[in-house]
Each structure stands twice: as structure tokens, then as C-alpha cells.
Design a protein around this ligand. Structure first.
Ligand SMILES: [Cu+2]
Length: 135
């Protein structure tokens, strides 16, 4: 049986995103957090160096750290995605921050984000907006 070009692996997608969600942003709120799991099926550790979102002006990579009893949030330069592993971005830890939202984000909305890796690869992410406090 001749199957022709049956190999559908047109893309060499090694780093992929899953379970992506964005915290809802009511009218008047121009900043929100985004959370997801990034998987790396490759043998080389990759790092996320930047990203952009369709709904906002800028995207920053952040982490939450406990600083003497207080949770403090600060930008980080990059987020490593270990070889043959994954990194989880979640509330209270590493996360993405969207700034300059152009309109309110309502639960159920879809947000498209593109992450850029250290080797120039772009990782498309489709995230769903979830209720505030719905973790
Ligand atoms: Cu943040």
C-alpha cells in the first residue's frame, strides 16, 4: 500500500505549551497574569526569552518570591524549559504578565500569545480566560 507523504510531521515542534489560562481582567484593569505548562521534547534545554500577546502591549516574564513573609513579584530575563522536561508557570511561582490590555478579558475568552525561545523559535499559545481566584 502506497501512502505517499504520510509523515505529517511537517513541523519540528520540540517545545509546546499546554493548559494555558489567563486571569480575567475587568474593565479598567490593564494588567493580568498568564499561566501555562511549557514542555520540551528535545535533548537541549531551551529558554523563553520574550513573548507577545494579541490583547496587550507588552508581555513580561515574572516570578513570585517570598521575601521575609511577603510575596514579591519581579521580572526575570528568561525562563528555562529543561531538556526532556517541562516548566510549570502557575500562581505563586513563575508566570507571564500581560500589560496594556486593550479591552476587558471575560471568562471564556481566548487569548493568543507567542513565546520566543533563545534559538529564535516561536511557540504559539492559545489561552482561555478564567475567573479571578479560580485556580
Ligand atoms: Cu507578575
Amino acid at each position: 500500500m502506497h501512502t505517499g507523504a504520510s509523515t505529517v510531521l511537517a513541523q519540528t515542534t520540540v517545545v509546546t505549551a499546554r493548559d494555558a489560562w489567563v486571569r480575567e481582567a475587568p474593565a479598567g484593569r490593564a494588567v493580568t497574569g498568564m499561566f501555562l505548562t511549557v514542555q520540551n521534547a528535545g535533548a537541549t534545554t531551551r529558554t523563553i526569552v520574550s513573548g507577545k500577546a494579541s490583547v496587550g502591549d507588552t508581555l513580561e516574564l515574572h516570578e513570585m518570591k517570598r521575601d521575609g513573609g511577603m510575596m514579591q513579584m519581579s521580572p526575570v530575563k528568561s525562563i528555562a524549559v529543561p531538556a526532556n522536561g517541562q516548566v510549570e508557570l502557575r500562581p505563586g511561582g513563575l508566570h507571564l504578565m500581560l500589560f496594556g490590555l486593550k479591552k476587558p478579558l471575560v471568562p471564556g475568552d481566548t487569548v493568543r500569545v507567542e513565546l520566543t525561545l533563545d534559538d529564535g523559535t516561536r511557540v504559539p499559545v492559545v489561552a482561555t480566560v478564567r475567573k479571578m481566584g479560580g485556580m
